[in-house]
Design a protein around this ligand. Structure first.
Ligand code: UGY
Ligand code: MN
Length: 250
């Protein structure tokens, strides 16, 4: 089946829209019975990597040289760290500090968003612990007072943490109140619904399953369309001086 070379996907110097029809799977070293859709990495200019891991039953992740954040989309993952085992169901998430020994194994067919970023440590910042949580247990907060646009912060905010991961849920018709232009870069996975994303000087129809990368300072705006809420998982680098180098100290 071909589509005469058409896709909504687009790569520009300051953003990427990657739609499921353009996904290509790849294995990664150390992982077993998992295929990865690598959404972004340093190659097009990102300073982190984001992928979707598609596990068959008993599939497991390999090691990472960076911090790792997991968000379960489908199925169930067992995270083992030290003598503790956690079971992550859809909406469950985990943060693994750089160098923290752990294993991740799927009980059944499962899918998870995986975000990895070299740690930019800050002098005097406290050592970080493994965190495990459930999105549904996090309080949602209106963005800039807009009750129709609610944000859940999955990561704690403190001097030790150099990135944030949030979910944002838009009621139909809700929109960002401004075109944002900021130093943080974003990795974004559409989880539900859809709408129009402005990226740079282009406007794209987007829907659940799509991935977006926004480079630092990429102009961005979103408005939700349709009869159901639109929801996305969004990563941003955070709390580090602009001159700090990735992987180095601030
Ligand atoms: O956190 C953010 O910068 C967020 N408001 N950006 C976005 O949704 N594109
Ligand atoms: Mn933003």
């Amino acid at each position: 089946m071909h589509h005469l070379g058409l896709t909504r996907s687009s790569l520009k110097p300051d953003h990427l829209l990657q739609t499921p029809d353009a996904f290509v799977r790849t294995p990664l070293p150390g992982a077993e019975r998992v295929e990865f859709v690598i959404h972004v990495g340093p190659q097009p200019g990102a300073r982190f990597t984001q992928m979707t891991a598609e596990f068959t039953a008993d599939g497991s992740l390999g090691p990472t040289p960076a911090q790792r954040f997991l968000y379960v989309i489908e199925g169930e993952l067992e995270l083992t760290a030290g003598d503790r085992k956690h079971v992550l169901a859809p909406g469950g998430f985990a943060y693994l500090p750089q160098g923290a020994p752990h294993t991740v194994r799927a009980r059944d067919e499962s899918r998870a968003a995986v975000i990895e970023k070299p740690y930019q440590c800050e002098a005097g910042a406290p050592g970080l612990d493994i965190l495990v949580g459930d999105e549904a247990a996090k309080t949602s907060v209106p963005l800039l007072g807009d009750e129709a646009l609610r944000v859940r912060s999955l990561m704690p905010d403190g001097p030790g943490y150099d990135f944030a991961v949030n979910t944002m849920t838009y009621e139909p018709g809700a929109a960002l109140s401004m075109v944002e232009i900021h130093i943080m870069e974003h990795g974004l996975l559409m989880l539900e619904g859809g709408g129009i994303y402005r990226l740079g000087d282009s406007w794209y129809p987007v829907q659940a399953g799509d991935f977006i990368w926004m480079a630092p300072f990429c102009p961005q705006w979103f408005g939700a369309l349709g009869k159901a809420p639109a929801k996305y998982l969004i990563y941003k680098d955070w709390r580090r001086h602009p001159l700090a180098t990735p992987g180095g100290s601030a």
